[in-house]
Write a protein of this length. Sequence first.
Length: 238
Amino acid sequence: MATILSVVVLMWCCHIVLSFAQVHVDPLLGRDTESCMKTDASTSCRTLAYAAARAGNSTRISLSKGVHLVNQSITIQFFENVTISGVGDRSSVIQCHSDSHTGAGIKVQNGADFTLKDLSIQNCDLLCESTSRRNRSSSYDSIFLVHTAVYVQNTTNVEIDAVKFVNNPAQGLALYDTNGVVIVRNSEFTNNSIPEKNTDMHSGGGGLYIEYTYCTPGRPTNCDYKQSILQWFQSHCF
């Protein structure tokens, strides 16, 4: 069964609109060279991985119609104003395939103003840390790992608009400690579930997971973040 979901979480306002550098990705006509990342580039990049790894602040990555293969973690960290978008009918498809045990997908961490829109995301199963543990030990090895197609952590102002999460052997979308204005709208979650053979070691599955944590995923159980969280909020309230 498909689920169409619209979620709006408001924690504070003050969203600043800036101009974007436009980067186009076309797996058929593009080339992964530095020239495709220039603001006035006349050529497209070939892969999302290349464009995302080099995206600066205020960058909009536009994916062409068709399938965009991803075989690794597309990681975006320490940024402001980054958008990944497709064409309006969700015919831009991010399709993952990885032989690595860590899987493939999109990971967004420690940034502000992230938008994902007008896309289909399929077969992605990036292995990420959760806040759950197998026992009371503070050992790193006791952390449960989760399969997630799109993992967003410690990011202010997140918009997921018109994205179709389908047939991912994982959670469709996981939001950890997102704040500011968080919007999930006009999006569909269909058949996102971890294979039964993996459930004894890893967890995941389901459409949307949201958690506001006491301990950041992957941290020891004896962490004390009360003061550091307060300082983080104060430094990120514009």
